[in-house]
Design a protein around this ligand. Structure first.
Ligand SMILES: [Ca+2]
Length: 429
């Protein structure tokens, strides 16, 4: 009798926990390691047709992985002799992102964003790679001289309009905040650029590998570079386009105070180096006041972290309750957060689930540091970590707690059945 009561108690506890987890929404995530031991992965693109993955590493290589994450022996692209980076683990230079052309499967074009050393000077470089079995051809599309080893920006990506958007870091002085290029209309530093890479243009007898869309906000304005789409960016390391709305979101890494999530709009000024978030950074006369386009969300340095990593508006299927929410994270804290974009951009925590709520193959711990986000063809979220060099996929929690290893998943239906049998037995005693 005593044994039965103990057994009943245990099953009752399991039942309560099971029901509790079944009722809980998908406000936490599990992590499935797809691949590890990659030296500083920075971005992943998945081929929409053959489903292979293209993984860019900061060192300058791009490796192909099969849809099942088996790595091809030779890198597809090796720019290690071209990109500029030291052995210091904190070095923020190197290859920072790649973007497959929207018609990649027919034209084999990949675009890169990297920091390079050209004739002894550092440049932020956007390049076009044509990849064929017998050919790897690279054209430099943009080369923007850097003023510093940091604030490198880092994202080149295609908008829903087919144009290439590029986030260029401010590159200003880290020691003297009065030195900045983000507010200069003649500098491409500290900007979001928008260019058409499908159309070349001849300017002053020079062939450009891009043209400027006619509807760029500063086209035809004196003393403005027409490539500029938005200005006042400090270090927009990760940007993404919402596949649903076409909106461009960027996380702008702050200086000493504020981390920002920005919705990038044509012609807007995102404030740096006059504002960091909504805080005025340097004294300016009224004549120099700007219309600061504030972030849609910002946080001060503290528990949330110290360096924002811009993420994605979730458009996948696995987390049904997250659809349309903006998921982002922080490099230092490793924490993830979500914004409900239609509810005053309210922020909610998005924590890793307790282990027993996760599938047995999705219980990885990320380790330091949260370097980057990417998505797969289904719109599911990937996070890329620096120290362990892993690519991890966010997986929703199970509807029931489970134990792994020798004990197998105990479905809730089995638990209910067992419980009712025990209860029946207890009543019959
Ligand atoms: Ca700002």
């Amino acid at each position: 009798m005593e044994v039965y009561i103990m057994c009943f108690r245990r099953l009752l506890i399991v039942l309560i926990v099971t029901l509790e987890s079944m009722c809980k929404s998908e406000d936490c995530y599990c992590l499935r390691k797809l691949v590890g031991d990659i030296d500083s992965p920075v971005f992943v693109e998945q081929d929409p047709v053959n489903r292979r993955y293209y993984v860019a590493q900061q060192s300058g290589v791009v490796h192909i992985y099969s849809k099942d994450w088996e790595k091809e022996s030779k890198p597809l692209v090796n720019l290690t002799n071209d990109v500029h980076i030291s052995n210091n683990i904190w070095d923020e230079r190197g290859l920072l992102s790649i973007a497959l052309h929207p018609q990649f499967h027919s034209n084999n074009l990949i675009f890169t964003y990297s920091i390079r050393l050209i004739n002894g000077k550092e440049y932020a470089v956007v390049s076009k790679l044509e990849i064929r079995p017998d050919l790897l051809k690279e054209d430099i599309i943009l080369a923007i001289e850097q003023a510093n080893q940091k604030l490198n920006g880092g994202q080149a990506l295609f908008g829903n309009d087919g144009n290439l958007y590029v986030s260029i870091g401010d590159g200003g002085s880290l020691d003297n905040k009065n030195i900045s290029f983000a507010q200069s209309s003649l500098s491409l530093l500290g900007k979001i650029l928008r260019i058409n890479i499908d159309k070349t243009e001849v300017v002053d007898d020079h062939l450009l590998f891009y043209s400027v869309p006619d509807d760029n906000p500063f086209v035809g304005k004196t003393s403005w570079r027409s490539e500029i789409f938005a200005l006042g960016a400090r270090n927009m390391w990760r940007c993404s386009v919402d596949k649903g709305t076409g909106y461009l979101y960027c996380g702008d890494v702050g200086d000493t105070d504020t981390e920002e999530i920005n919705l990038i709009k044509s012609g807007k000024n995102y404030g740096w180096n006059i504002f960091e978030g909504s805080v005025a950074k340097i004294n300016r006369t009224k004549n120099e006041a700007i219309a600061n386009e504030g972030p849609i969300y910002s946080y001060s340095h503290g528990d949330m972290g110290h360096a924002v990593v811009g993420g994605y508006v979730y458009r996948g299927k696995a987390f049904s309750s997250l659809f349309g929410q903006y998921i982002f994270g922080d490099y230092v804290s490793g924490k993830l957060f979500r914004l409900k974009l239609n509810e005053s951009n309210s922020k909610y925590n998005f924590a890793q689930c307790t282990q027993n709520k996760c599938p047995c193959d999705a219980r990885d711990k990320p380790g330091k540091f949260l370097q980057s986000f990417s998505t797969d063809n289904e719109g599911e979220l990937l996070i890329l970590t620096k120290q362990k060099g892993e690519i991890l996929k966010l997986i929703p929690p199970l509807s029931a707690v489970t134990t792994c290893g020798s004990c197998q998943l105990l479905p809730s239906a089995v638990v209910l059945l067992c419980t009712s049998v025990i209860v029946t037995m207890l009543y019959s005693i």
